[in-house]
Ligand binder design. Structure first.
Ligand SMILES: [Zn+2]
Length: 447
């Protein structure tokens, strides 16, 4: 169903007009936004806290996250935005909320519509704790990169409608933020979201917490990838027990290493966007990372568009195995940092630090090589697409590689959501406890 009310009924309406007025009056720079610092965390004097609130206008920056897009949030060095997908699943989501509350940390949650229908109280808890709530489709399909537009719209609209229904009278609190399941982006999906004024959130780094790995590994990946970039959007899953287990130590380490949590909220009529400069929306690679990149023919990054830029985890175990057999572990063809940019070029290079993929142990080292080679191929595909203006078929083929990205509890979340659907069907006779048990069983089978 359509969801025109999303922007017609809430505070979101009129942002543009208000913005113009505010700009005209020169007010933006002087407007303070509430922040909850560690000092404001009652009963937790040593809490990590939330250092500031960043107000963003989705219409000015419709797509963010350097894993896939040229832009990301305008964060300073050592600033981190935490995001949690696929909930709410009370058993684990409530623990995540408790952990965040103990540190007075504010995050962004991307809810699945079916999960919100099953646990509306879980959505209301997010609001009560002053977290930002975005959406993540109705049923978590891992096919939005090849889905008919009308069906994709339905997934988006229904996910929003279900989450707003859970929020009830506070439906206006839903942020126009959206994350595509599996990060399986497509032009038609992004175009529709942009038309609706909804911001697409990719990520700057993952912690692979949907995979069958230990919580210690989740911690290691979260911290090492953050350290490699120095700032950015971390994608986690509040439905995962391993994430619950890893989160306290992640927050503890962020605090110990001087990282600061930024809470992101959408601009509204009463709350203008935080003033920023365009270049702040580009994530600069560290000088150390740039120095380590091998020299290869320079690419022209003008009109880079939204071509996928996968991370190490962009391929599944089967492909890793294949790659291990086929890959010689020579250094990959990393793109060279750009020469001083031509006038029409992107101001900065969007490329990950090689240290992003550095892992311990023999097998992981081998996978590292495979990942880098895969990454190098993807860089080449992206470059070709950019320089040749690929045909639609070629572009689809390139994009299908991106389609392997296995984020999000992916299949697990989709199964859980589908399971909830079945359990909630009119013919279902299960008690409310039934779906939870089923979801736990599904998770155990999956992981
Ligand atoms: Zn997801």
């Amino acid at each position: 169903m359509g969801d025109e009310s999303f922007f017609m009924g809430g505070a979101w309406r009129g942002v543009g007009l208000w913005r113009q007025t505010a700009l005209a009056c020169g007010l933006l720079a002087g407007l303070a936004v509430h922040t909850a610092s560690a000092a404001d965390c009652p009963g937790h004097p040593n809490a990590l806290g939330t250092s500031r609130t960043l107000v963003v206008d989705p219409r000015e920056h419709p797509r963010i996250g350097t894993m896939q897009y040229p832009e990301t949030l305008p964060l300073a060095d050592h600033e981190v935005v935490l995001t949690f997908d696929d909930g709410p699943l009370p058993r684990n989501s409530n623990k995540v909320l408790d952990i965040l509350a103990a540190e007075c940390v504010k995050a962004t949650f991307f809810t699945i519509g079916e999960m919100a229908r099953f646990s509306p109280e879980g959505v209301r808890k997010l609001l009560a704790a002053d977290h930002t709530i975005g959406t993540h489709t109705q049923t978590h399909p891992l096919s939005m990169n090849r889905m008919p537009t009308e069906r994709a719209k339905q997934e988006i609209d229904d996910g929003i409608a279900s989450t707003k229904a859970a929020l009830g009278d506070n439906a206006d609190a839903l942020a126009p933020f959206f994350r595509i399941p599996g990060l399986l982006r497509a032009d038609n999906v992004e175009d529709y979201l942009a038309e609706q004024g909804i911001q697409v959130w990719s990520a700057d780094f993952l912690a692979d917490d949907w995979r069958h790995i230990s919580s210690a590994r989740v911690y290691d990946l979260a911290i090492s990838r953050l350290e490699a970039k120095g700032r950015g959007i971390l994608l986690l899953h509040d439905i995962q027990a391993r994430t619950v287990a890893a989160l306290p130590r992640i927050l503890e380490t962020l605090k110990a290493r001087g990282y600061r949590i930024v809470h992101v909220v959408p601009a509204t009529a009463e709350r203008p966007a935080t003033p920023t400069e365009p270049q702040e929306w580009q994530l600069h690679p560290s000088p150390e990372a740039v120095a380590q990149w091998p020299q290869v023919p320079n690419f022209v990054f003008a009109n880079l568009g939204n071509l996928p830029a996968p991370a190490r985890s962009d391929f599944d175990e089967a492909e890793q195995t294949t790659s291990l057999l086929q890959t010689s572990f020579s250094r990959p063809s990393w793109p060279q940092p750009p020469e001083p940019a031509p006038e029409n070029a992107m101001p900065t290079l969007v490329a990950p630090a090689s240290s992003l993929f550095e892992l311990q142990g023999g097998l992981d080292v081998a996978r590292h090589g495979a990942a880098l080679s895969h990454r190098a191929r993807m860089a080449s595909v992206a470059h070709e697409a950019d320089s040749k203006r690929l045909s639609p078929r070629e572009a689809r083929r390139a994009n299908s590689r991106q389609g392997r990205l296995a984020h999000a509890g992916g299949r697990q979340a989709r199964r859980a959501a589908a399971n909830v659907s079945r359990q909630n069907a009119p013919s279902a006779t299960a008690t409310r406890r039934g779906p939870v048990k089923r979801m736990v069983q599904v998770r155990k089978r999956r992981v």
